[in-house]
Design a protein around this ligand. Sequence first.
Ligand code: HEC
Length: 128
Amino acid sequence: MIFRHLPAVLLVFLLFAGYSFIGLIVIGQPSSNTHHYTPMPAAKRIDAKKLFKQKCVKCHGVDGAGQTAFGEVIGATDFTDSEWQKRVDDQRLINSMTYGRGQMPSFGKKLSKDQISLLLDYVRAFKS
Ligand code: HEC
């Protein structure tokens, strides 16, 4: 009887565990992030991080790998893939963020150009 529902229960558990894990990373970030490569001044990086958390993490994940429950389903790009980072130029990424690309929504109306270029630097910093 109970085994019939096991797959669903497992799925819910896995989703919950995944989100708790992401929550832990978010909370743990200020201290664990001190040795991260920073291509921009600290104050700007904090702005970018806040923006990214508000608007992008849902799909792209705190670590930029796109392995959130949502990101996996819609195929969010893995920003830590250095081959991908080499292949795409800045203008293309700005266009994708501004006008959208595939399942990725457009942000041209929600974010200023400055914010988008801040996020470009932030996305570039995920390069491993
Ligand atoms: C609803 C989920 C979702 C959200 C929210 C989202 N993205 Fe994406 N993003 C995607 C998907 C899916 C792709 C892959 C698009 C493709 O290449 O088909 C992508 C791709 C990208 C790319 C690579 C585009 C390219 O030209 O290859 C960048 C850069 C990017 N996202 C930045 C962001 C930033 C910055 C935010 C927050 C402001 C954001 N995304 C929010 C889903 C999302």
